[in-house]
Design a protein around this ligand. Structure first.
Ligand code: ADP
Ligand code: MG
Length: 264
């Protein structure tokens, strides 16, 4: 029997068993285990541990990719001092994700540029890292998808896919009014998510104005009723961060120009 045969067979079986880390690492771990005179169990344990670690990492990466974040934002880069009305302790508590176990929702209300999308992304990203199934949609993107799926007679299938998620982000409700059909389909999503899937919604609109986007007062009432039954409210009523930053930049530039001007 040729010497190569056990190796070829082993590698074939490891592929068959879908143990890519075993396959990649077994020679190295065997060498290490030989050097430190570890027994067979320790050798096997080392390999199993690597395989599990890699599996956890791969699953996390898959979940983050599947969530389709437009941009990854985390809490590290969020300046709470710039947005005093946002409760830091509440945000930190929400980062732990217990609200998802309780099927509770989060609503971020505030003007444009106040960090609502940033915080929604940070919360959803943290949920992904905790092993939860998450999907990020812009509210208009969700409505467009719903209308398309209905057209393709795939609506029920799509709604069932949504039901398998643990957290759905609906970002930026309020900039574009929905058609009657669009608003009804969105209502169905919120309705089906009720007490089953957590929602994070962001909006620039106070509750009184939601009818402007959703059309019917009756439907808006019913949607808000479900959404707000178990809700954590984060209100950003400060200044736009973008605006403040660009003003700061402009001041700095002016200052530089003036100083340079003064020297000449
Ligand atoms: P909104 O969704 O409320 O319109 P965004 O979350 O899109 O606002 O914020 C606009 C930009 O400003 C983003 O690049 C975001 O990361 C940044 N930003 C907003 N608020 C803060 C903050 N408090 N600290 C750090 N960056 C912020
Ligand atoms: Mg936004």
């Amino acid at each position: 029997m040729s010497k190569a045969k056990p190796t070829v067979l082993l590698e074939h079986y490891l592929k068959e068993l879908k143990l890519p880390t075993f396959l990649r690492e077994y020679r190295k771990i065997a060498e290490i285990s030989q050097q430190d005179r570890s027994d067979y169990q320790t050798f096997l344990l080392r390999l199993v541990e690597r395989e599990i670690q890699d599996r956890v990492t791969r699953a996390r990466e898959r979940r983050i990719k599947a969530a389709k974040f437009p941009l990854i934002k985390t809490l590290d880069s969020f300046d709470f001092k710039a947005q005093a009305s946002i409760s830091q302790p509440l945000v930190r508590e929400l980062m732990r994700g217990e609200y998802i176990d309780q099927r509770e929702n989060v609503l971020l209300i505030g003007n444009s540029g106040t960090g609502k999308t940033h915080l929604a992304t940070a919360l959803a990203f943290s949920a992904c890292q905790q092993g939860r199934k998450v999907r990020f949609y812009s509210a208009t993107g969700m409505v467009t998808t719903l209308l398309e799926r209905r057209e393709e007679r795939q609506l029920e299938r799509f709604n069932r896919q949504l039901e398998r998620l643990e957290l759905i982000v609906l970002d930026e409700l309020g900039y574009i009014p929905f058609s009657k059909a669009g608003a009804e389909l969105l209502f169905e999503v919120v309705s089906r998510a009720y007490e089953r899937t957590s929602l994070i919604m962001t909006t620039n609109l106070p509750f009184e104005s939601w009818t402007e986007i959703l059309g019917s007062q009756r439907l808006t009432g019913a949607l808000l009723d479900r959404l707000t039954h178990r809700i954590h409210l984060l209100e950003a009523n400060g200044e736009s961060y973008r605006l403040k930053e660009s003003r700061k930049r402009a001041r700095r530039n002016n200052h530089t120009t003036n100083t340079k001007g003064g020297k000449q």
